[in-house]
Ligand binder design. Structure first.
Ligand code: SAJ
Length: 414
């Protein structure tokens, strides 16, 4: 594919917008499509509706040069990259409604010959399902290669780490799973225009599973760390020191415990494996359960400390799902604070979250909850609960903590 072809990125969220901006800065004409008019307007003004280092500069530059434009309606393009949410339904199976909507919006635009790439995390088979949605709407098209009316369909899972997206989107190796070999080659040629990492070709189902397995691998390792933190608490051992020492072994690399696992990836993707193979995926399921139960442990710890006070004041440091981002999706820290606010009604909760200007409504509407600066929150608190290792917390004057009861889920101030 040469550099002057049009690429349409469907979904201008945490993955779609960086992908659109990088494509535009590498010579493509990019149209971003989003159902949220606020996103569309902000992008066209060169702004980014969420925090991601260096993204806004690239978006602003691409918009100013006329290479990137956002709109609500689906255009025709040589290539489509679909990056819409794939949440799970109650059964832990995928809820394909956004994929279906994207496919049905793309279908009428197609002429034959287009490349359609699904980047959203997908259980095995969803890429083929997306193809079927398109063919249901356009029976005149085909996935068989070599025809004038062929569509080229591939799954290229994104694997970038929030907070490092602009680096990883270019540097990471990419798995490219074609529904046909020809589709994989076309997709590889598009990614080759901006990816410096290796471009690894496979089939769509293996590519779908690879993404799920990577996140599940991390989930299992974090579950091990979280279980160790609970065992260590019982045995009176410092888990952070324990893990640091064990990790000196050349073949041991235990991850870090925390208040639980959040975000829209690691806390979600393993369930797609469980849904696809419920009898076989025993460890994958157990790891999810261990990590999902960690907030209960933290909550009990804080409540036992709070029981010593008539009207305890608790400073909760961080409600984002991890350090140095503003993303509250599936955040165990936010869930812990919400439950504290509900279950310890006589407590006052002071939340320090440097990455947000306002609390989400689940917290803002509660009379015993307040957003505060970190210094103010700690000064007024009886109990300091560390939930996220934001850089602002790491460098705090430790003098502030004298006389305070500290519950530190991230081992920040050891
Ligand atoms: N966490 C721990 N202990 C650790 C590491 C992480 O408790 O040692 C927690 C974090 O605090 C957070 C959660 O796990 O709540 C997930 O954070 P993360 O930094 O591990 O991962 P995500 O969800 O931000 O991004 C992951 C990445 N996957 C892997 O590293 C295998 C990223 O590369 C994927 O692109 C992303 O999921 C995704 O979109 O799937």
């Amino acid at each position: 594919m040469d550099h002057t072809q049009t690429v349409c990125v469907v979904g201008l969220g945490y993955i779609g917008l960086p992908t659109a901006a990088i494509l535009a800065s590498h010579g493509h004409d990019v149209i971003g499509v989003d159902v949220n008019p606020r996103h569309v307007d902000e992008v066209n003004e060169g702004r980014v509706p969420f925090i991601e280092p260096d993204l806004e500069t690239v978006v602003a530059g691409a918009v100013a040069r006329g290479r990137l434009h956002a709109q609500a309606h689906m255009p025709w393009a040589d290539a489509y990259i679909v990056a819409v949410p794939t949440p799970f339904a109650d059964t832990y199976d995928v809820d394909p409604r956004h994929i279906k909507a994207a496919a049905e919006a793309i279908a009428p635009q197609l002429r034959g010959g287009e490349l359609i790439i699904l980047e959203s995390t997908s259980p095995p088979g969803l890429t083929e399902q997306m193809g079927q949605y398109i063919l249901d709407a356009r029976p005149d098209l085909t996935l068989e290669p070599g025809e004038h009316n062929t569509l080229y369909l591939a799954h290229c899972p994104e694997r970038v780490l929030p907070g490092r997206v602009m680096i990883e989107i270019v540097d990471n190796d990419r798995i490219i799973g074609g529904v046909t070999d020809e589709a994989a080659i076309k997709a590889r040629d598009l990614y080759a225009t901006f990816c410096k990492g290796e471009l690894l070709i496979t089939d769509a189902r293996t590519a779908e599973m690879a993404k799920l397995v990577e996140n599940s691998y991390r989930d299992v390792n974090i579950a091990f760390a979280n279980e160790l933190s609970i065992i260590s608490d019982r045995l009176g051992i410092d888990v952070w020191e324990l893990i640091e020492l064990a990790n000196h072994h050349p073949r041991v690399n235990i991850l870090q415990p925390g208040p639980g696992v959040g975000g829209h990836c690691i806390a979600v993707d393993p369930w797609f494996i469980v849904a696809a193979a419920p009898e076989e995926a025993k460890l994958v399921r157990l790891a999810r359960e261990v990590n999902d139960a960690k907030p209960d442990f933290v909550l009990e710890k804080v409540m036992s400390k709070a029981a010593k006070f008539r009207e305890p004041v608790i400073a909760a440091l961080g409600i984002a799902f991890k350090a140095d981002i503003d993303d509250l999706r599936e955040s165990p820290s936010k869930a812990i604070v919400e439950r504290l606010a509900g279950e310890v009604e006589h407590a006052k909760l002071l939340i320090a979250e440097p990455n947000v200007d306002a609390l989400p409504s689940s917290l803002a509407d509660r009379p015993n909850v307040e957003l505060a600066s970190v210094e103010d929150a700690i000064e007024r608190a009886d109990i300091v609960l560390v939930l996220v290792d934001h850089h602002e917390f790491k460098t705090l004057d430790r003098e502030l903590l004298a006389e305070k009861i500290v519950v530190d889920t991230k081992g920040l101030w050891r």
